[in-house]
Write a protein of this length. Structure first.
Length: 168
């Protein structure tokens, strides 16, 4: 199999000045593979990816920040069902390579932290919440027993993380 990829990225940053800091990244790309089966998207082809990050400094050394990511769905090869009467069972027949895509992937992560500065160390207590919107993003293909319907297998649920960081 041979392949090629092309793409570009734009990155905009708002320098930390005052109470806000943030950046925006947009990527557009395409990867194609060519083999005996023809030309098809690469296994990790993501034609669009965007990320927005922002942080606000609040009074009394508090900070709230977040990251929102939106990307094209990953490609996958569909499977179609065919009934095999001889063996009385359904068999999967692969469709065109990477001819289908999962829905858009999007996720919001948020963080709240409080910092105390002492003579010898800086202490930061934080709460991170991954996938704060509990978005049900697809991660792999799975079918029901006769291959007529995709079964949903999702990405991570909401994951809270409470932590303490100490810097000397």
């Amino acid at each position: 199999v041979t392949g090629r990829a092309i793409g570009g990225e734009v990155f905009l940053r708002y320098r930390p000045a005052g109470v806000f800091f943030g950046w925006l990244s947009l990527t557009v790309s395409k990867s194609l593979r060519t083999g005996d089966e023809g030309t098809f998207p690469g296994a990790y082809d993501v034609p669009f990816a965007g990320t927005v990050v922002g942080a606000f400094k609040l009074p009394r050394s508090w900070c709230i920040s977040g990251k929102y990511t939106l990307t094209s769905g990953m490609p996958y090869t569909p499977i179609h069902g065919a009934y095999d009467a001889e063996y009385d069972q359904w068999r999967g027949i692969s469709g065109d390579i990477h001819s289908e895509r999962f829905p858009l992937f999007h996720q919001l992560d948020v963080r709240v932290d409080k910092t105390w500065t002492g003579k010898r160390a800086r202490w930061t207590l934080y709460l991170d919440v991954m996938n704060a919107m509990n978005t049900k993003n697809w991660v792999q293909v799975s079918y029901n027993r006769n291959y007529q319907r995709l079964e949903q297998e999702f990405w991570i649920p909401i994951i809270p993380n409470l932590g303490l960081e100490v810097a000397f």
